[in-house]
Design a protein around this ligand. Structure first.
Ligand SMILES: [Zn+2]
Length: 130
């Protein structure tokens, strides 16, 4: 085939990049049926640049692309939100519990310090006399 009207790429990686985009595009639009599977890059014998062409057979390393990500349904989104809210509720409860515990421990500590001060004062009174 004459390469005159084909797009020329300076190197393989540029051609591969363009080929990937072309495959993704054709796969989505179905413009060229299933033959996007045979799109590949090759170095041209005529001009020395790289082109995108179609193999007659599937390339040996052909791997079907994973199916495009499907859009979640309203129900799936709702369930996801519910799971997230449950998770956040758990975290909020846990945080409230821990804060409550810290407050309680602070209160106990203050009571112990007060009791300690009273004991020290009682000792001082015993030794110094009243
Ligand atoms: Zn060429």
């Amino acid at each position: 085939m004459e390469c005159g009207q084909k797009i020329r790429y300076q190197n393989k990686s540029l051609a591969d990049e363009a080929c990937r985009k072309l495959i993704a595009d054709n796969r989505q639009t179905g413009k060229i049926g299933k033959s996007w599977k045979r799109l590949n890059t090759y170095r041209c014998h005529q001009c020395g640049y790289w082109h995108i062409g179609r193999h007659n057979k599937l390339p040996k390393d052909f791997r079907p692309l994973p199916p495009p990500k499907k859009v979640p349904s309203a129900g799936e989104i709702r369930r996801r939100v519910e799971r997230l809210e449950k998770h956040l509720d758990r975290e909020r409860r846990q945080r409230a519990y821990l804060i409550g515990k810290v407050v309680e421990l602070d209160r106990q500590q203050a009571a112990l310090e007060k009791e300690r001060r009273e004991c020290v004062l009682a000792i001082e009174r015993m030794f110094l006399g009243e």
